[in-house]
Design a protein around this ligand. Structure first.
Ligand code: NAD
Length: 730
């Protein structure tokens, strides 16, 4: 036995302790289910056992199901998968009924979940089947069912039990958004029964077991006359809840996430039938979601590959490069954010700007975020002082003498950056790695002003730094392995997800996103309705339409980038039609959201009101509009083909990074699992067909890349040929 331990004390209380060998967090595997069932059988059969405490030997209860196991379960086919899920239901139902007489509901043994900390996914679905849930008073603990975030839904009874426990209205945010709660909030929302002092957890559990009566063990849904809180869909109040919830789900997901829709179906159909039938319905919808290629792709990108990248899948072999002290040069929007996330992760930071006032303003950014944390109860006054104490805001470069990593975030001007590089290198130690947070300037060029180009690298953050999970690491022509390892170890310390790419114009993320905003703008110039453009983007799962995104980025930054690109490409520059629109808006002072005027109109407080009516006068909407799918294909392909070209050229060397980077970096349709995953879902042959059609109608930018044609000709897919590791196409 490797996952669970079993002991019975002198009072006849059995304790089953979940403690998976060799792991810091318990995760459930098929073997684990087998062990747990064996121990439950043993406890129920043993006349000397009065009741059971289910707890954990680790600081947390459980992190959920091992999603690698789900990925493997699917390989057995749909029937085996359904049987597997029904087996899990049978085990949890056995815990719930605990040997009681099915008619009288008497004679069962109390089973209590005693959770020392976090319990999510199956780590909360098992407690939901127990008769009482106790959680230690640990503000760091997270309780909930986050499955929806990786493209599935709680399929071990969590959906059916939570709906019946709380009613559809109250359960909605926990199921549909995967919202997690700390123990006190979980208690306030009715997810758990008691919050207990950590040292008293097991004693209280035992006390409850020994005092429990037959009635304490009967779940409301097993009791006679059970009514769902808030009503079933046939009840007038329940009907309204379901109509509202359905509208909310469709409004948020635009119908592109199969899991949200399937969960709603499981809830609706399940609410009309007895509990055991509802579990079967839940299993049927769960299996259909697991077999959907979208869920495969989401699990692969958002769980398996994201974790692999975070664990250093592409880290070169170099000794540990943990950052002890960081220098941030430039305390503007980005520098201040980088200082904050680093200090929060326990790293000492020297934050430098040209004036003390600017440096202090940069530090004050951290103070503001920490204060917000205190308001949300996610931060304490003591911790705030500790974090702020780690940030030394100054103009004095001498303070950098003992830093081991520099992140430069001054103005986007090669001359300013070169001056800063020289000033920094004059004071730091010979081993210090220098990183630039540039968003557009090639790293190899910036490195030419460094004495140590092998120690020079790009670490590209996204804005706002504290919220965006992706960090793009860029290798210049001369960047050495130790610099890459340093950047990766730093990203790991601040708990973000890294991708490592080679140096090229706009690196990876910005390179793919510009064609997306450009294509949206180009369509406006062609007379496509801006409403159609924006809605088509959202209906294919993009978080924001291309016109709104342009407003957010700001029109003047767009113009700056356009001018730089045109200077570099000369006659090959392909976007004059896009510039015509952008320049015309700029002429009218419509610089985007910050100017409260752009493609959209904004109110005085800067809230977006709707597309600007003047667009129609400047670019009249054509009488004949393209169909929705054509607009969607143009918007998706403009990004996806750029990703494929980046891979062909060797800028991207691992499609896993391409997919994870696209979702985390610019929100590329998460349901698809990323650009490469999307091409695999539709198939290379179909993708080539779409490209050929778009190329004929709209030009050579849609020409299918040679690699895509080759995959189509051989009936291959990206993940078949390049999956599972660093396998460059270049
Ligand atoms: P910003 O203008 O908000 O901040 C730049 C800061 O650098 C200012 O506080 C300025 O006083 C300071 N500075 C300028 N010259 C200096 C010098 N010689 N010595 C010390 N400090 C100096 O700009 P930002 O948006 O934070 O961008 C900074 C860098 O990050 C740029 O290279 C930009 O391209 C890049 N970047 C920006 C974003 C974004 O969304 N804004 C995203 C990724 C990367």
């Amino acid at each position: 036995m490797t996952d669970f331990a079993y002991a019975v004390d002198g009072d006849g209380v059995a304790t089953i302790t979940w403690d998976v060998a060799g792991k810091s967090m318990n995760v459930m595997s098929m073997a684990g289910f087998g062990e747990l069932e064996g121990l439950i059988d043993q406890a129920l059969a043993d006349m000397a056992v009065k009741g059971v405490i289910l707890t954990s030997g680790k600081k947390d209860f459980a992190g959920g199901m091992d999603l690698n196991v789900i990925a493997r379960m699917k390989e057995g086919g749909v029937e085996a998968l359904f049987e597997g899920v029904m087996g899990i239901h049978a085990l949890l139902r056995k815990i719930e009924r605990a040997g009681m007489d099915p008619k009288t509901l008497k004679g069962g043994k109390p089973i209590v979940a005693a959770m020392p900390g976090t319990g999510v996914g199956i780590g909360f679905e098992i407690p939901l089947a127990c008769h009482r849930i106790l959680v230690a008073d640990n503000p760091k603990a997270k309780i909930g069912l986050p499955e929806i975030q990786v493209g599935i839904f709680p399929g071990a009874g969590g959906t059916t039990r939570l709906i019946r426990k709380l009613g559809a209205m109250v359960a909605a945010p926990f199921l549909l958004e995967g919202k997690l709660s700390d123990p006190k909030a979980a208690k306030a929302n009715g997810l758990i029964d008691e919050v207990v002092a950590p040292e008293a957890l097991l004693a209280r559990a035992k006390e409850w077991v020994l005092a429990a009566t037959d009635a304490d063990l009967v779940k409301p849904w097993d009791a006679k006359g059970y009514k769902m809180p808030g009503g079933t869909p046939y009840h007038p109040a329940g009907y309204m809840t379901f109509v509202g919830a359905n509208a909310m789900v469709l409004g948020k997901t635009m119908g592109v996430y199969p899991a949200a829709r399937a969960m709603m179906q499981a809830v609706y159909e399940g609410a009309l039938v007895p509990f055991d039938t509802a579990l079967k319905i839940e299993a049927r919808h769960f299996v259909s979601v697991l077999m959907n290629p979208s869920s495969t792709a989401m699990i692969r990108s958002l769980f398996i590959n994201k974790e692999a990248l975070e664990k250093g899948a592409n880290r070169p072999a170099a000794p540990d490069q943990t950052v002890r002290k960081l220098g941030v040069i430039g305390a503007g929007m980005m520098g201040a954010g980088i200082a904050y996330v680093s200090a929060l992760a326990g790293i000492e930071v020297v934050l430098i700007d040209a004036t003390q006032e600017s440096a202090d303003r940069g530090r004050a950014h951290s103070e503001g975020l920490l204060d917000k944390g205190i308001q949300r109860r996610a931060m304490t006054v003591e911790k705030k002082a500790e974090v702020l104490g780690r940030i030394n805001a100054t103009t004095d470069y001498a303070a950098l003498s003992d830093v081991d990593l520099i992140v430069e975030a001054v103005f986007e001007d090669p001359k300013v950056k070169a001056e800063v590089t020289a000033k920094v290198e004059a004071v730091v130690g010979a081993e210090c790695i220098f990183a630039s947070n540039t968003s557009t300037l090639p790293i190899t060029g910036l490195a030419s002003s460094s004495k140590r180009p092998d120690q020079f690298i790009g670490i590209h953050f996204f804005s706002p730094v504290d919220r965006m999970a992706l960090v793009e690491i860029i290798k210049g022509a001369q960047t050495g392995d130790r610099a890459v390892a340093k950047a990766l170890d730093f990203v790991r310390q601040i708990r973000k997800t890294p991708i490592v790419v080679n140096d090229a114009r706009y690196f990876y993320a910005n390179r793919c996103i510009l064609p997306y905003t450009n294509e949206g703008i180009r369509m406006v110039s062609e007379g496509v309705s801006p409403v159609l453009v924006e809605n088509a983007a959202k209906m294919v799962g993009m978080p924001v339409g291309p016109l709104q995104l342009t407003d957010e980025i700001s029109i003047d930054l767009g113009i700056k980038i356009a001018k730089a690109t045109k200077a570099a490409l000369g006659n090959d520059y392909p976007d004059d039609d896009v510039d015509a629109v952008v320049f015309a808006l700029a002429d009218q002072g419509r610089m985007g959201r910050k100017a409260k005027a752009g493609f959209y109109a904004y109110d005085a407080a800067g809230r977006r009101e709707g597309l600007w009516e003047g667009l129609g006068q400047m670019w009249p909407v054509a009488a004949q509009q393209p169909d929705l799918v054509t607009v969607q294909h143009r918007l998706l392909m403009s990004q996806v083909l750029e990703a494929v070209r980046a891979f062909e050229e060797g800028v991207l060397t691992d499609i896993r990074e391409g997919d994870v980077g696209a979702i985390l970096g610019w929100g590329f349709a998460p349901w698809s699992g990323g650009p490469f995953a999307w091409l695999d879902i539709i198939g290379a042959a179909r993708a080539v067909e779409i490209c050929d059609g778009l190329e004929a109608a709209h030009g050579v930018r849609y020409a299918a890349p040679a690699l895509l044609r080759d995959l189509a000709a051989k009936g291959d897919g990206f993940y078949d040929r390049f999956g599972g590791g660093r396998k460059s196409a270049a």
